[in-house]
Design a protein around this ligand. Structure first.
Ligand SMILES: Cc1ncc(COP(=O)(O)O)c(C=O)c1O
Length: 430
């Protein structure tokens, strides 16, 4: 495991990169550049500490960029952009965005009622009792996080966040001037909440703990928190935010647990969105599902309405087309689901009994592979890169092992298989 030397800004990289938060972990690909010193023109300018200084690539990012420039990357096992994964999308899928009603601008802060109903029906069809009134639309899950931080936290407040997990939390939190207080997920043949990390997390630091974040299935571990574990998080904070953007992608036959199943005494907000649900990140639509006591939902909804009304960021065409999109893009979700399951099963059989261990995952788009501790994450990743295979070192996500890598299960099967063959060769050569 090798820690990055400070993390830089996912934001800038994402703006010019190829993917949407396609590589959330680009957060770990940048470090703070040495200050060039202030010119006269800049001497009176002061930037907020919420935005890190000029980012510079880490040595790992430089190595990757150099391999890319040479055209030496043959297999990319970091892919997380479904629209670039060779998944087929129906040709006419986006024709519903041309609804002429979209020519009129008549924004509703919480979202068009028909679109909120479409989301509630999506969940009702899966057996969850969800009312359209408890659905609030945003332009993305990231935006939902920023609204929830504004809603429940004041600057300096602390929020419990899982580790290992989604690297973008660091930036989302920093932009809202809140502090993340990590709690652990531990692995002993399966992932579970490290309960011992909770009281410690709650007792340390100065600000108050206002929220607890959970990601189920988690990125990248693919693990879920069960109802008892969510309840433990609830004991440490006022409200639990359960990010379930990958919930439609179980890797086995078991149903994945959801915070939507918790009883109504438990204040919570569940997150989802088109980006993962239907493999449509470019349409920019996410949602928050309010759960818990009616008074909590009512007070939360009223305040969210004010925040949403300030930005009005969700576009009209996607809301008008949502019912049709959910219906027409179902085959896209099914293809992605088949792909990730197939790839996970292929990894299971290729790595069984060898020096690399595939960690148990319940769902999602990623697989974590533990490697012998004879070299650290980055050395293993660099050996693979020399053979033309790009993977993510496990430290991008703070995986708690001497050596590990993260692979995307979205990758086209022939690429995944080739990457695994190279991995086995690298292990034999080590
Ligand atoms: C756990 C998790 N939540 C949210 C997102 C981002 O979703 P959105 O595109 O809706 O902002 C990602 C993207 O990779 C993710 O991994």
């Amino acid at each position: 495991m090798r820690r990055s030397e400070g993390t830089g800004a996912a934001m800038w990289r994402n703006k010019c990169g190829d993917g949407p938060r396609a590589t959330p972990n680009v957060a770990k690909m940048w470090r703070r550049a040495p200050s060039p010193g202030k010119t006269a023109a800049m001497s009176s300018i002061s930037f907020s500490r919420r935005v890190p200084g000029d980012p510079a690539p880490t040595p790992w990012a430089e190595l990757v960029a150099e391999a890319q420039a040479r055209g030496a990357i043959v297999v990319d096992l970091t892919l997380s952009n479904p629209t670039r994964a060779g998944v087929s999308y129906p040709d006419s899928l986006l024709s519903c965005l041309a609804d002429p009603r979209g020519n009129i601008y008549a924004p509703r802060p919480l979202g068009e009622h028909a679109a909120r109903r479409a989301v509630s029906e999506l969940y009702n069809a899966r057996g969850f009792a969800l009312r359209p009134e408890d659905v609030v639309l945003t332009a993305s899950t990231s935006e939902a996080y920023s609204y929830l931080f504004k809603l429940f936290c004041d600057p300096g407040d602390r929020v419990l966040a899982p580790t290992p997990s989604y690297p973008l939390f660091e930036h989302l939190a920093r932009l809202e001037s809140i502090q993340l207080q990590p709690y652990g997920l531990a692995y002993d043949g399966d992932w579970h909440l490290d309960v011992a990390s909770l009281p410690k997390a709650a007792a340390t630091g100065s600000g108050r703990i206002k929220m607890a974040l959970a990601v189920s299935p988690n990125n990248p571990t693919g693990s879920c928190l069960n109802a008892g574990e969510l309840a433990r998080l609830g004991e440490c904070s006022a409200v639990v935010i359960s990010d379930e953007v990958f919930a439609s992608y179980p890797l086995g036959d078991a149903l994945l647990p959801s915070a939507l199943d918790c009883d109504d005494t438990f204040p919570r907000v569940v997150l989802g969105g088109l980006s993962k649900e239907l493999g449509l990140p470019q349409l920019k639509l996410g949602w928050m599902l309010l759960g818990g006591p009616p008074a909590f939902r009512e007070a939360t909804r009223r305040r969210l309405e004010l925040i949403c009304d300030t930005f009005l960021s969700v576009n009209t065409p996607v809301q008008l087309g949502l019912t049709e999109l959910i219906r027409e893009a179902a085959p896209v979700r099914d293809s992605i689901q088949r792909r990730v399951r197939r790839n996970y099963a292929a990894l299971q059989s290729a790595l069984a009994g060898g020096a690399a261990t595939l960690l148990r995952a319940s769902g999602g788009w990623y697989a974590c592979v533990r490697l012998p501790g004879t070299a650290d994450d980055e050395h293993w990743a660099a050996r693979l890169l020399r053979r033309g295979v790009l993977v993510q070192p496990g430290y991008f996500y703070d995986l708690p092992f001497e050596a590990s890598i993260v692979l995307s299960l979205l990758t086209e099967p022939q690429d995944l298989d080739q990457g695994v063959r190279e991995l086995l060769q690298v292990l034999r050569d080590a």
